[in-house]
Write a protein that binds this ligand. Structure first.
Ligand SMILES: C[S@@+](CC[C@H](N)C(=O)[O-])C[C@H]1O[C@@H](n2cnc3c(N)ncnc32)[C@H](O)[C@@H]1O
Length: 187
C-alpha cells in the first residue's frame, strides 16, 4: 500500500486539494476500489485523486479540469509519485454524452449551486448509461450540505484536515468521503 502522495506546492496548483487528498487517502487505503477500473477525476485540481487511482492499478485514468494549470500540476505530481502521466483533459464534460467510466471521483465540486445542479443531472446520466460508481469528497460546505444530492449519499470515510488546510478553509476541520446512491432515499 502507498503511504502518502507527493504533491507540488499549492502556489503551482492553486488549489487547497484537501478533498482530493481525502479521496486519494480513501483510495490508497482501499486499493480494490480503483484497481482495474476506468477512472475519471472531474475537477481534478492538482490530480491527487487521479494519481491515487493510478497508483492503485486503475486500467485508465483521466484527470479533467477546466483550469489548464491543473494539467501542469497533475503532470508534475505524476512525476513526483513515480508514475507515467495520466490523461489530462480541460474541456467541460458536465452535460456531455456520458463516456464509459467505472468510477468518477469528485473532490469539492459542490461549492456552487449551478455547478452542483448540472453535475447532479450529469452524474445520473453517467450512472444510467454505464452503471458508474460515484465517490465525492467534501469538507461540509453549506452549498453541499443543503444540496438535494446530500440525502442520496452514504458516508464511507472521514479524514481530519491538516491544520494548515483548516486555516485556509475557514475552520472546516474534516473532509468526508461519500458514495452516491441515486435511489438511496427519497423521503
Ligand atoms: C475546489 S477545486 C477542487 C480541486 C480538487 N478536486 C480537490 O478536491 O481539491 C474545484 C476544481 O474544479 C474545477 N472545475 C470547476 N468547474 C469545472 C468543470 N465544469 N469541469 C471540470 N473542472 C471544473 C476548478 O477549476 C477547480 O480546479
Amino acid at each position: 500500500m502507498h503511504s502518502r502522495l507527493r504533491l507540488c506546492p499549492h502556489h503551482i496548483s492553486n488549489q487547497t486539494d484537501a478533498n482530493g487528498q481525502a479521496l486519494a487517502r480513501y483510495l490508497l487505503n482501499n486499493p480494490g476500489v480503483a484497481k482495474g477500473k476506468r477512472v475519471l477525476d472531474l475537477g481534478s485540481g492538482c490530480g491527487a485523486s487521479a494519481i491515487a487511482a493510478s497508483l492503485c492499478g486503475a486500467s485508465h485514468v483521466v484527470a479533467n479540469d477546466i483550469d489548464n494549470v491543473s494539467a501542469i500540476a497533475t503532470i508534475i505530481n505524476c512525476e513526483l509519485n513515480g508514475i507515467g502521466p495520466v490523461e489530462c483533459l480541460s474541456d467541460n464534460m458536465i452535460g456531455s454524452q456520458p463516456k464509459h467510466y467505472d468510477l468518477i471521483l469528485l473532490g469539492d465540486m459542490f461549492y456552487d449551486e449551478a455547478l452542483a445542479d448540472g453535475l447532479h443531472r450529469w452524474l445520473d446520466s453517467c450512472i444510467n448509461a454505464h452503471g458508474t460508481t460515484v465517490l465525492i469528497g467534501d469538507p461540509g460546505r453549506a452549498s453541499f450540505e443543503e444540496h438535494d444530492i446530500k440525502r442520496l449519499l452514504q458516508q464511507i470515510a472521514e479524514f481530519e484536515l491538516p491544520k494548515s488546510v483548516q486555516m485556509e478553509n475557514y475552520g472546516l476541520t474534516c473532509s468526508t468521503v461519500w458514495r452516491y446512491h441515486p435511489k438511496l432515499s427519497t423521503i
